[in-house]
Design a binder for this molecule. Structure first.
Ligand code: NI
Length: 181
């Protein structure tokens, strides 16, 4: 098992737009293996290459359903439905925020051999995909979060925990009703 150092907020690598992965072969396979080892050791659910200082469009995710390797991933469609919930990042240890994300996304990506595939992610998997793909464009969850959690909230219950989905939509609907009234 080979793990790599996870860079933290303040490192330039987290703010770069990553380049496409053009070469498929042993170096990419080693990177993917090291990224997975690093993610599992850190008990994360996702890791993007810039988080280990590699400015390439490569991501690993495991939300509990097995390892997913994404090379040059693109989101091709997002649901209108949104979800609102907690998010953290291995590059920002000890912090969490509430982030609104699409409930579902369609993704197109290459595998470690360069073959393109497509899949649909929902719920927490969709959240992880959005979070990791943001990393590839130098974007962090703190850039898009609704609010940051306090230390007490990180260890405890927050109102958003009771809103598994659609909290942003509900707000919009309420606003719409107000306008009509
Ligand atoms: Ni992250």
């Amino acid at each position: 098992m080979a793990t790599r150092k996870i860079v933290k907020l303040g490192d330039d690598a987290l703010r770069k737009v990553c380049k496409p992965q053009e070469k498929f072969g042993i170096r990419l396979n080693l990177l993917l293996k090291d990224m997975a080892d690093t993610m599992y050791k850190a008990e994360g659910v996702g890791l993007a290459a810039p988080q280990v200082g590699i400015l390439r469009r490569v991501v690993v995710i495991d939300v509990g359903d097995g390892l997913v390797e994404l090379v040059n991933p693109e989101i091709t469609a997002v649901s209108e439905d949104t979800q609102c919930g907690r998010e953290g990042c291995l590059s920002l240890p000890g912090r969490q925020g509430v982030v609104t994300r699409p409930m579902a996304v369609k993704v197109r990506a290459q595998d470690r051999n360069g073959d393109w595939f497509e899949f649909e992610a929902e719920g927490f998997f969709a959240r992880a995909v959005c979070h990791e793909l943001d990393h590839l464009d130098g974007r962090l969850y703190i850039d898009v979060m609704d609010r940051e959690l306090t230390e007490e909230e990180i260890g405890g219950h927050i109102p958003e925990d009771d809103l598994p989905e659609n909290c942003a939509d509900e707000e919009e609907e309420e606003a719409g009703e107000d306008t009509e009234a």
